[in-house]
Design a binder for this molecule. Structure first.
Ligand SMILES: NC(=O)c1ccc[n+]([C@@H]2O[C@H](COP(=O)([O-])OP(=O)(O)OC[C@H]3O[C@@H](n4cnc5c(N)ncnc54)[C@H](O)[C@@H]3O)[C@@H](O)[C@H]2O)c1
Length: 247
């Protein structure tokens, strides 16, 4: 089976909710030992609900400077190794660029970009040393297009593409692939917050397939990139946007 994670340990950030939770479920259903991380205590119940019994939850704010390294250390200690990192933790703070607060900018960059880099760096140290690894980061269609009131979000997601390219270049020779996945609006708590009401309906009309994405559709793509057979794909940003940014 292409997506057999029976011998794999997968660390998933943002695992309490939305896309991260869907990814944790998808990987657990295919045999992975999942370590789910989230700032929300809800990650404990989320991980307890995964198929198979050997998963582990970590409650951590990944914007704390030392947190990503501590999370990776804990994951390796409890699971005996690490093979996959999925960076799904993220936030959105909407405001016109002229009005966006300094705090909203800082928080967005801290979670979406800085914490994701620190997680990738900490995991990368383990994966490069082991000679095998898969890192998949949730960027967004916002990484390649502008969206009104999304200036901090778009900047953070575009930054992830630069990070992905450099890490993929530096780690390809060590068996570690690094890719990004860029969905259009996904029907999760975050997606519903940013695209409620008429704004969302107008967006749907611009998406050629005529609907938003479901978390499970994104999870399936992430799992492919996280699997053994995807070893020839690295440094890529894969759009899953119903044709929105591509046509
Ligand atoms: N939903 C969408 O429409 C959409 C579209 C494109 C990309 N994305 C991206 O996909 C990822 C997941 O989004 P989602 O829709 O599942 O959102 P979500 O809000 O449902 O889940 C995000 C999770 O990240 C966690 N988190 C936030 N800050 C954290 C921190 N400092 N430390 C640890 N965990 C933290 C939250 O507690 C939450 O459980 C995000 O990176 C988001 O930008 C989402």
């Amino acid at each position: 089976m292409d997506q057999d994670f029976a011998e794999r340990v997968a660390l998933v950030t943002g695992a309490a909710s939305g896309i991260g939770l869907a990814i944790a479920r998808h990987l657990a259903d295919r045999g992975a030992h999942v370590v789910g991380v989230d700032v929300s205590e809800g990650v404990r119940d989320a991980v307890a609900g995964l198929a198979g019994g050997r998963h582990h939850a970590i409650v951590a704010d990944l914007t704390d400077r030392g947190s990503p390294a501590a999370v990776v250390d804990e994951a390796v200690a409890v699971a005996g190794g690490l093979h996959v990192l999925v960076n799904s933790a993220g936030i959105v703070r909407l405001a016109p660029a002229l009005e966006l607060s300094a705090d909203a900018w800082d928080a967005t960059i801290a979670v979406n970009l800085t914490a994701t880099f620190r997680m990738s760096q900490a995991a990368g140290r383990v994966l490069v040393a082991a000679g095998y690894g898969r890192i998949v980061t949730l960027a967004s269609q916002a990484s390649v297009i502008g969206l009104d009131e999304h200036v901090a979000y778009c900047a953070s997601k575009a930054g992830l593409l630069g990070m992905t390219r450099v890490l993929s270049l530096e780690w390809a020779g060590s068996g570690v692939t690094v890719n990004a996945v860029s969905p259009t609006v996904v029907e999760t708590p975050l997606g519903k917050e940013a695209w409620a009401g008429e704004r969302g309906e107008a967006m749907k009309r611009l998406i050629p397939v005529g609907r938003f994405a479901q978390p499970e559709e994104v999870a399936s793509l992430v799992a492919y990139l996280a699997s053994d057979v995807a070893g020839m794909i690295t440094g890529e940003n894969v759009l899953i946007d119903g044709g929105y940014a591509s046509v």
